[in-house]
Design a protein around this ligand. Structure first.
Ligand SMILES: C[S@@+](CC[C@H](N)C(=O)[O-])C[C@H]1O[C@@H](n2cnc3c(N)ncnc32)[C@H](O)[C@@H]1O
Length: 259
């Protein structure tokens, strides 16, 4: 059970700078799975709890599960909700939840910005017996990566980050159309009724937030040395300055498979 690099300082950048989810996202999940305060939801790959926190007030209990202890620790500290339980575990561990939550007892399994780290076909099959009728799986992506958007400022960020890493950055983190189609097909093949929606809004963005967001997506060993971070920030600031005021069109994709 090895997490792919969200430990140490990266978890701190993640908690501080990764965008949370608009309330409309949790509301969409409530509607999709008819969630109530009697329900238990598993937020798999919960990270520092971005979606976990939105779900908690809407349901009976949320299990936030992630294989990276540092992410769970940040999530626990940032989430005062008393009905969240933080569990160390990966997608391959969810079968072990059956004796704990009971077969057919989960109302939903949410996977927010994390399915690209998982064996999605195996997960969709393993989750099915845990879900109550009308419940399901939600695959959520939180907008396109900061370095991949179709804007001048994002192209400038892409150039700075590619030059720093010495290789072009093109990771889509599961947000691209081909990945979304693959996930939808796999949900359907596993017997779920598939639906999707996009929740879109515009948010202001600062150079500091861009840098924090980029650092939150690096492996700890890729981070610039602490002493070099101000210079990196200045490079990003100078690169995006001609394209201000900075705004991000955030397109949150919510793909649902209902049991
Ligand atoms: C990009 S973060 C997403 C965090 C949060 N859900 C969000 O929406 O911002 C991806 C998370 O997936 C976790 N992860 C990686 N591999 C995993 C696996 N095999 N099973 C479950 N979670 C995994 C990482 O530790 C990390 O916390």
């Amino acid at each position: 059970m090895t997490a792919p690099g969200f430990g140490g300082e990266v978890s701190e950048y993640y908690q501080r700078f990764r965008r949370g989810y608009a309330p409309a996202v949790a509301d969409a999940l409530v509607t999709a799975f008819a969630l109530t305060r009697d329900d238990v939801v598993l937020d798999l790959g919960c990270g520092t709890g971005q979606l976990t926190r939105g779900l908690a007030p809407r349901v009976g209990a949320v299990l936030g599960m992630d294989p990276e202890p540092a992410m769970l620790d940040q999530g626990r500290r940032a989430t005062p909700a008393p009905n969240v339980t933080w569990l160390l575990g990966a997608d391959s561990d969810i079968g072990a939840l059956a004796p704990v939550v009971g077969a057919g007892r989960l109302a939903a399994v949410t996977v927010a910005q994390a399915l690209h780290w998982m064996d999605h076909e195996r997960l969709f099959a393993a989750a099915r017996p845990l879900l109550r009728p009308g419940g399901g799986i939600a695959v959520v992506t939180n907008g396109e990566p900061l370095w991949l958007q179709d804007t001048a400022w994002s192209a400038a960020v892409r150039e700075v980050v590619s030059s720093y890493l010495g290789t072009p950055v093109h990771r889509t983190c599961g947000t691209d159309a081909a990945s979304q189609a693959r996930y939808a097909d796999a949900l359907s093949a596993a017997g779920y009724a598939v639906d999707s929606q996009v929740i879109s809004y515009v948010a202001p963005l600062s150079a500091e937030e861009i840098v924090g967001g980029v650092f939150s997506a690096m492996n700890p060993e890729q981070l610039p040395a602490a002493a070099d971070r101000p210079a990196f920030t200045e490079r990003v600031r100078a690169a995006v300055a001609p394209h201000g005021p900075l705004r991000e069109q955030v397109r949150v994709r919510v793909l649902t498979g209902t049991r």
